[in-house]
Design a protein around this ligand. Structure first.
Ligand SMILES: C[S@@+](CC[C@H](N)C(=O)[O-])C[C@H]1O[C@@H](n2cnc3c(N)ncnc32)[C@H](O)[C@@H]1O
Length: 309
């Protein structure tokens, strides 16, 4: 079954253990400094996960509304009954509606930390990683209908090709899409991340000098983006965030690949031209050598910050 962490894991779980072992918030001191947190201020963490940033804001006497598509980390946070932290299971593409439901019309700062948490990769059993053998689910929100297994087994070669080129810019998208269709026709449905991994490798078996892990990572990323409508959500969420900010309120956004970062950059430039936001980070803030050494998943992070005019 997808989306169900192991029983042993659930029995042992607690928040400090998760933060130490499964998820370290990326660029934490930089995000906190650039947010310019005010005592008594209110903030939205649109991708709260296990609350890495939210808990730091609360320590500095701010209130946080934390939103996440994945119910599991919210459950863990809720159990801790943290004062000044409100939680909502939903999609930041509905930011204005969610804020209104919580009686919020404007805030002092908003955080987006795109992508997926280390818990989701390592422990969620949803097939996010090509290094594991898990059911092909890849949904952040277990209530959504579309799973990775549906895309891989029901979409035509041309549709797969489009997803791979659009969401991973993979050079070998055509042969990989064809390998998927061939495998499922000859051998039956591709139901696990391991089977998908083998099939992708079969699609590039005649290609010389390619980094196979990079191809696998890109194709898995493309399927995850399609399953979760990630880029569509970003395009919907950012303008709503900008309108929810009060004057001098700050928008902080961390992206992990060029497709996300391009959208953030474009949005910030556009709003700067319209005099809605002032760009604070002329070039993105990136993790230093020490952070990348301690947390390799931070290596591609880019933080961009803008302030409401
Ligand atoms: C990189 S993790 C965030 C980790 C978090 N900052 C922390 O410190 O634990 C990204 C989170 O965003 C959530 N997410 C992805 N797309 C979302 C969306 N459209 N709306 C709300 N949450 C989303 C994922 O479920 C995941 O928990």
């Amino acid at each position: 079954m997808g989306g169900v962490p192991g029983r042993d894991f659930l029995a042992k779980i607690n928040l400090p253990m998760i933060l130490d072992n499964y998820h370290r918030p990326v660029l934490l001191p930089q995000v906190i400094e650039l947010l310019k947190i005010k005592k008594g201020g209110s903030y939205i963490d649109a991708t709260v996960g296990f609350g890495g940033y939210a808990l730091e804001i609360i320590k500095r006497k701010g209130y946080v509304l934390g939103i996440d598509k994945d119910e599991f980390p919210l459950r863990i946070l809720k159990e801790r009954k943290i004062a000044n932290l409100d939680l909502y299971h939903g999609n930041y593409a509905d930011l204005t509606v969610i804020a209104a439901k919580k009686g919020i019309s404007c805030v002092d700062g908003i955080i987006f930390d795109f992508g997926l948490s280390s818990y989701q990769i390592e422990q969620s059993n949803r097939g996010f990683s090509f290094q594991k053998n898990e059911p092909l689910d890849m949904r952040f929100d277990q209530r959504s209908a579309l799973k990775a297994v549906d895309i891989v087994n029901k979409y035509q070669a041309e549709e797969l090709y489009e997803i791979f080129t659009k969401y991973s810019e993979e050079l070998y998208s055509r042969s990989i899409a064809e390998a998927i269709v061939r495998t499922r026709t000859l051998k039956g449905d591709i139901k696990t991340s391991e089977k998908l991994r083998e099939t992708i490798l079969a699609g590039i078996k005649n290609v010389k000098g390619v980094n196979k892990n990079s191809v696998l990572a890109r194709i898995f990323q493309a399927i995850r983006i399609k399953v979760n409508s990630d880029l569509i959500n970003i395009e919907k969420g950012l303008p709503q965030a900008a309108s929810l900010l009060r004057e001098c309120g700050r928008l902080t956004v961390i992206s992990y690949h060029s497709l996300e970062d391009r959208l953030v950059k474009k949005f910030m430039k556009q709003t700067a031209r319209n005099k809605e936001l002032l760009i604070i980070t002329r070039s993105p803030v990136i993790p230093d050598y020490q952070e990348i050494r301690e947390n390799s998943s931070s290596r591609s992070a880019k933080l961009r910050v803008a302030e409401k005019l």
